[in-house]
Design a protein around this ligand. Sequence first.
Ligand SMILES: [Zn+2]
Length: 456
Amino acid sequence: MNRDLEARMDAYIDRHEATIVAELAQLCAQPSVSATGEGITAAAEGVAAVLRRRGFEVRVEPTRGHPVVFAERAGGAERTLLFYDHYDVQPPEPLEEWITPPFAPSLRDGKLFARGASDNKGHIVSRLAALDALLEASPELPCRVKFVIEGEEEISSPNLPAFVEDNASRLAADGCIWEFGGVDEEGVPLQTLGMRGICYVELRARSAAHDAHSGLGGSIFPNAAWRLTWALGSLKGEDERIRIPGFYDAVVPPSAEDLEFLRALPDPAPHYLAHYGLRGFLKGLRGGLELRRETVFSPTCTICGLTAGYQGKGSKTVLPAQARAKVDFRLVPNQEPQDILEKLRDYLVAQGFEDIEVALLGSEPPARTDPHHPLVALVVEAARDVYGAPQRIVPMTGGSGPNYLFVRRLGMPVVTLGVGYPGGQVHAPNEHVVVANLLQGAKHAARVISRFAEGA
Ligand SMILES: [Zn+2]
């Protein structure tokens, strides 16, 4: 590593704070709501333009949904680093809870407030600032750099699998930097090495052609709401054990090393209890390592939504003909969504619920990066000078994402670094990035690209 170069890059980033924030504000001023399509095309073009300005060859590639921005620039070394990011954002509602409007970026108390300021435009801009710092030091980048920036991450990336499949050779790289990252509540940077998978279904019951008077049908007609709740009740017991036969067959327990990583993380229990107003946790958990282990290394069955019959003011004596439930299963290695879906369907039929329709709404398998891959150590250590500490390793996070396409289909290590912090209100009103974190993320990314090129 070149300490002198790194010091010069840090100084460059500090000197350009105002320009970096201005570029982020400009990207955030362009709405890009994937759920509604608002501003998507202009946002893709805007992201393409900022990369073209940095000498990248850029293509805005159409998909069946929103376009993917693909960019590439050669460098001194043939080693290739791929950045996966997304230009789309979550809907800004409820608008009345924003102190300043979501698409009118506002700088207050060292924070930039706007939808997308953190997730994910702040991360994108930190990578751009890192490139600027590198290009200030040398007319060419130290290695080949590619970007794949999609416009559907916030709606579960429905068209990314096909894009990756069709463009596998163009996306080839020796490593991938994932879209999110940042520091924990203690200001220590985190390295997240994997994500759980997901199998998201809707269970639908229909018991009659239309609703009936409950006085007429209550004793003699089947009731969709009861059918559905009985079916749901069969999936999991009060002991939290999921009753679908074979559900746990493929589960690989965390390794001793995974548990060591978890042990080194702060105990989230006090925050969860206070922030969510909980009386306690499931399964008698109180905190500590056991809670951390269960949080991510245990698969789930969660009722996310439940609808049937009359839910308006007062009473309505109705016997509902239809009922629906949204249910997600978070999956751990090596559970596969398709296998879980088949086991769920077979189980419901075996329990006498052949009348319950199971519709798959989305799925992503789990994926993890090997903690021993050299890229992990490189990124973890590169944080030290910037944050005063190396990254803490989070062996897996409870959420899900398209990282499996890169880890499993493209066969590359996926690591994280970025500009977020726990208070950033991501997906919520008053989303923001702390400018100091934005600069730290840029310095970290600049170091990573530089050291990666050296083959370190
Ligand atoms: Zn998001």
